[in-house]
Write a protein that binds this ligand. Structure first.
Ligand code: FDA
Length: 501
């Protein structure tokens, strides 16, 4: 048995972990957060913490020699990606054969790199996805709590109508309306008041300087600025960075023992430690948490884990697509990087789609309308353990994304038909109109009520919890972080009230 390092250890520092850390700290439980990425608080040689999206350097991606941006090409030319030196950069792309998954790395997890969109799902769809969760409680208590803590705010509609920075969204809205589709404002955790000051020239630009996916230097309320700051403020929580949890076993004396690798910025492992704790909260994200538990089951470290660990994984139906507009329908050289509007056709029972109107800030007029469509894809992937590489492999084939492509195509074929426009084929590689080989919204792998009980307690093991996006069975119909946060709030409240210390 290893020495007890802390009463509670939280693995990862994204949304789920941040909620766990704060609520444990407030309950007086001494807690250590272990994060494999770095803390993003120190400016580089250019005076900025995060690199710019147009000229990414080593800070942009997790140990790469070349960036792997979602929009790889323009006019079929590889003009977007850049050679970089390997470094613990903020965005990772985990490539599994037919599916690649973008995730954030660092204190704050995905909140550092994402687009900040903070919608709450349709209540009816939430109940379809997670029928065992009391929706009254979620919509009455935990969603409002999560939104308040995360700093969710809405764009001023008058400013939206008048600013050049959202012209791209107004053009897409016009084309949606011509098609008989309805659009809706989408709240965000980027401070829209700050953005207006950027536009007025009284604040340093971030969303209006093309910043997103490799981090925002200003304006965005990532969880290191909200939940994690509050967690540290309790005096009971500490965060250790560049710490990768690779194994978990039970301590015969009670609790759990983690094997943790410390790395330096070159990626060299500088230390391997065994850390003991009474209670362990896994918040390493859908990929990270699932891999830790799958490895523990398959290597015999935690043999009683459910055979549902590694199952029921989905992409949230993510598909990107782009349309070419007529020359008179300009989208503007100036585009804010935070989406503020979505085409909401989720109530169309035959073809439910929620399509966020995405910016493509290139500093020039390009007449492109971009979308991230969220579709209802019933296909699910699962993970297998590969002993040779000691890692989890996602089993997902390209044809499993056919329902998502069909749904996005159904909607945007109608938009193109009504507006006499066409798709762009040059943006996603392979001469195709639909990006169907990556997702920003990995969900599932340790699903609530399957691999865990109804509150994220891992089946078969006391004092072991899952607190992140792996609890959600593959689909939510909208961008997921508000739901991941609200679910973690609900589960932590119950766990802290009921479970022995
Ligand atoms: P999350 O992935 O946030 O955090 C997990 C953390 O654990 C990471 O910091 C990771 O480094 C760490 N970790 C993993 N394995 C570890 C190990 N073995 N040891 C130690 N640490 C480990 N969502 C949304 O609602 N609105 C949006 O606009 C967007 N936009 C968007 C854009 C982009 C580019 C991306 C990549 C993602 C989005 N998302 C999004 C998705 C959203 O960011 C995502 O759903 C959440 O971050 C998931 O939260 P979790 O708490 O599950 O894990």
């Amino acid at each position: 048995p290893a020495a007890r390092y802390a009463p509670a250890i939280v693995v990862g520092s994204g949304y789920g972990s941040a909620v766990a850390a704060l609520r444990l700290g407030q309950a007086g439980v001494r807690t250590v957060v272990l994060e494999m990425g770095r803390l993003w608080d120190t400016p580089g040689p250019d005076g900025k913490v995060f690199p710019s999206t147009s000229a990414p350097d080593q800070r942009s991606m997790w140990f790469r020699t070349r960036t792997e941006a979602p929009l790889a090409t323009f006019l079929w030319l590889d003009v977007v990606n850049r050679d970089i030196s390997p470094y613990p950069g903020v965005l990772d792309r985990v490539n599994y054969g037919d599916m690649s998954v973008y995730v954030g790395r660092g204190v704050g997890g995905g909140s550092l790199v994402n687009g900040g969109m903070a919608p709450t799902p349709r209540r009816s769809y939430f109940s379809e996805v997670l029928p065992q969760v009391d929706a009254d409680e979620m919509y009455g208590t935990y969603y409002p709590r999560a939104r308040a803590m995360l700093g969710v705010n809405s764009i001023d509609p008058d400013w939206f109508e008048s600013t050049e920075w959202y012209r791209f969204a107004r053009i897409s809205r016009k084309h949606a309306q011509n098609t008989g589709l309805k659009t809706t404002f989408v709240p965000n955790v980027y401070d829209f008041g700050y953005m207006r000051r950027e536009a007025a020239g009284t604040a340093t630009r971030s969303a209006l300087a093309g910043e997103v996916i490799y981090g925002n230097n200003h304006g965005k309320k990532s969880v290191d600025k909200t939940y994690l700051a509050a967690a540290l403020g309790t005096g009971n929580v500490t965060i250790e960075t560049m710490q990768r949890v690779v194994a978990v076993r039970q301590d015969p004396a009670g609790g759990y023992v983690l094997t943790v690798r410390t790395s330096d910025v070159t990626g060299k492992v500088t230390q391997v430690r065994e850390l003991g704790c009474d209670r362990l909260f896994l918040g390493a994200g859908s990929l990270g948490t699932t891999e830790i538990l799958l490895r523990a089951r398959e290597t015999g470290a935690l043999p009683a884990l459910s055979d549902r660990v590694g199952r029921n994984w989905g992409t949230n139906g993510n598909i990107m697509t782009a349309r070419a507009n007529h020359l008179w329908d300009t989208v503007g050289a100036n585009q804010a990087t935070m989406p503020a509007l979505g085409i909401d056709d989720w109530d169309n029972a035959a073809n439910p789609v929620f399509a966020e109107i995405a910016p493509l800030p290139m500093g020039i007029e390009h007449w492109i309308s971009m979308y991230l469509a969220i579709t209802k894809n019933p296909e699910r992937g699962h993970f297998t353990y590969d002993a040779a590489t000691d890692s989890a492999r996602l089993q997902w084939t390209r044809d499993q994304n056919a329902p998502s492509v069909a749904a996005a195509k159904n909607l945007f074929d109608r938009v193109n038909l009504r507006n006499f426009t066409m798709y762009r084929y040059d943006l996603f590689g392979e001469n195709k109109a639909f990006a169907d080989t990556f997702t920003y919204h990995p969900l599932g792998g340790c699903v609530l009520g399957e691999a865990t009980d109804g509150y994220g307690r891992v089946k078969g093991y006391r004092g072991l919890y899952v607190t992140d996006g792996s609890l959600v069975p593959g689909s939510l119909g909208v961008n997921p972080f508000v739901t991941i946060t609200a679910l973690a709030e609900r589960n932590m409240e119950r766990i802290l009230a009921e479970d022995p210390r």
